[in-house]
Every structure is written in C-alpha cells, then in structure tokens.
Ligand binder design. Structure first.
Ligand code: ATP
Length: 306
C-alpha cells in the first residue's frame, strides 16, 4: 500500500504539472486556432517591459506564401492606451493578435514592444507580459477558486476573492452550493459563456499583465450580461495597453483609436465620432449593427408581449 501510494502521489503531482502546462498551451492554441511554428533565436534575451507600448511597422504576413493576409499594416498602441481593430470577417483582425503573441514569424516589417523586436526575444517572455481575455475560456475540472487563481499560481484566497469581485462574478460564486470550492469544468458545474468570460477576466486581474488583448466573443451575449462584462473589462483595461479585436462596435466606442481593417489593409482610423462623420466603412458597419440590434430588440419585445 505504502509502496503504491508514493508513486501514485508522484504521478498525481506530475500529471497536475503537465496538465497545467499543456492545457495552458492547448487553450491558447485552441482559442487562437493556431499551431506553434516559431523557435527562439539562439541566445535570444528576454523582453524587458517598462511601459508596454506596441508598434506594428509595415507588417506583412500570410499563412501561405501565395496568399498575403496582412499587406503592410502599421499602427501603434501607446502605453496605457486602447486600440480596437474592427473590420469585415476575414479581414485579418485575429491574425494581428496571433502575431503579437508571435505564434508566427512575419514576412516583412517589424512588431515591437517597448522598442524591442518581438522576433529577437524569447517567445515565453513575450507571452508572459500579455494577458488575454479570449472568446471562449477553457475551464479546468477543478474548483472555481483554482480556475481563477490560475492567473497567478500561489495567489491567496483573499486575492482570488477580490479578483472575482472586480470581475463581477463573486456574487454568483457565493450563491453556489460550495462557493469558491464548487467544482467546475466538463465534469463539474457548467458555466455560461458570460460566466466563463468573467472567470477569464478575474484570472487576468490576478495576472495583472502590462498588455491586454481582448478577443471579443462573436456570439451575442444578452444585453445585461454584456453590460456587466463590459464594466469588468473597462476596469481591467484601465491604464493598461489594450488591443481589442472587436466584433460588436458598441463595446469600443471609447477606444483611443479605432482601426478599420479590410482585406489585410487599414482603410480608416480614428475616434468613433470622427469615423462616423467620415461616412465610410466604419459608419456603414455602425449603421448595420444598429439596425440589427434594433430588430433584435423589437423581436424580443414582441415575444414578451405574447
Ligand atoms: P473574423 O471577424 O471572421 O474572426 P478576422 O478578421 O479575425 O475574421 P482572421 O482570423 O485574422 O480574420 O483571418 C484572416 C484570413 O486568414 C482569413 O481569410 C482566414 O481564412 C485566413 N486564416 C486564418 N487562420 C489561418 C490559418 N491557420 N491558416 C491559413 N489561413 C488562415
């Protein structure tokens, strides 16, 4: 018995370690839909981040050599500011976030963080400084506290609770039968898309990265949930360099700069009001989204009246 328990414990430990490592990487790949293809240069130093300013300089990239996806994209996210990327489906928005994580090497131009080319430093050090609130968060078959603390292993119970409060999910957790010790994930309590996203926000609050990438859910959340999440996101992105990959324009009205991408090129850029006045693609997307929202609300009201 004794002989058995030692290796089993050890296996349990190793399994947990491996699981944590693997799931993290897998989760990242799943959510970004990519496979790792780049390697560090021999002796590459770590990225040193002071402020977290991002710069894309004439970035050219294609997944296949014969099909260019980004055709010379240049923009800047100054330290502590927020930039949103919008544009039609397939424009290359998510590709920009994948390149920032250096899941691929680019074919032309440069991507820098605080002036350092991300291709010249270790990938690990790049990913360490970037927090991501993904479209769909992977939950581990463990307690909800574990799932939140995952943002910073070793975080205290108080820190986990505080992060949950800021992410506006503490009230929900406290009502669960076992509170923060409730098991979640595939084999535990299943959380809704909005709840999962708030767990991701709580994780990110704990990780406190200098750079934040918000990859907005394509699936519509109900207005109430969306407002709750938006408030939590506003809080976590405050004074933090933030790049938002946006599908719903309503959430990015306050961005310092909005970049409109179409077929791999920036076609418009500026603040929300200025872009509306310009009467181009952004104004058209805004008008269409407004019409869709109004139609949805009319439908909902009609259903409620039935
Ligand atoms: P959406 O709003 O629909 O999410 P997007 O603007 O984020 O679109 P991307 O995901 O960046 O678009 O994709 C841009 C183009 O690159 C698309 O035409 C897509 O088919 C292609 N693409 C994306 N990922 C890969 C990949 N792993 N291999 C090959 N082509 C890809």
């Amino acid at each position: 018995m004794i002989q058995l328990s030692v290796p089993l414990n050890f296996i349990g430990f190793v399994y947990r370690e491996i699981r944590q490592g693997l799931t993290d990487i897998e989760a990242m790949f799943d959510l970004l839909g990519v496979r790792q293809e780049v390697t560090d240069r021999p002796g590459a130093p770590d990225l040193v981040v002071h402020e977290g300013a991002i710069r894309f300089e004439d970035v050219r990239f294609g997944y296949d050599p014969d099909r260019q996806i980004l055709k010379g994209v240049s923009f800047e996210v100054p330290a502590g500011k927020s930039v949103a990327i919008v544009g039609p489906s397939g424009a290359g928005k998510s590709t920009i976030s994948r390149l920032l994580f250096r899941f691929y090497d680019i074919q032309g131009g440069r991507i820098t963080i605080d002036g350092q080319d991300i291709a010249a430093v270790t990938q690990e050090s790049v990913r360490k400084v970037i927090g991501i609130v993904p479209q769909d968060t992977v939950l581990f078959n463990d307690t909800i506290a574990y799932n939140i603390a995952y943002g910073r292993p070793g975080a205290s119970e108080d820190e986990v609770r505080r992060a949950a409060e800021l992410a506006q999910i503490a009230g929900f957790i406290e009502k669960l039968p076992d509170g923060f010790r409730t098991m979640v994930g595939e084999r535990g309590l299943k959380l809704s898309g909005g709840e999962k996203q708030r767990v991701a926000i709580a994780r990110t609050i704990l990780k406190a990265p200098p750079i934040l990438v918000l990859d907005e859910a394509t699936s519509a959340l109900d207005t109430h949930t969306e407002q709750g999440i938006q408030a939590a996101l506003d809080l976590v992105s405050k004074n933090r360099t933030t790049l938002t990959i946006a599908h719903r324009l309503s959430t990015i009205v306050g961005a310092d700069e909005i970049i409109v991408l179409k077929a791999g090129e920036i076609v418009e850029r500026g603040g929300h009001e200025a872009l509306l006045r310009q009467g181009g693609l952004y104004a058209e997307m805004w008008r269409m989204q407004r019409a869709a929202t109004e139609a949805e609300e009319a439908l909902r009201r009609a259903r409620e009246e039935d």
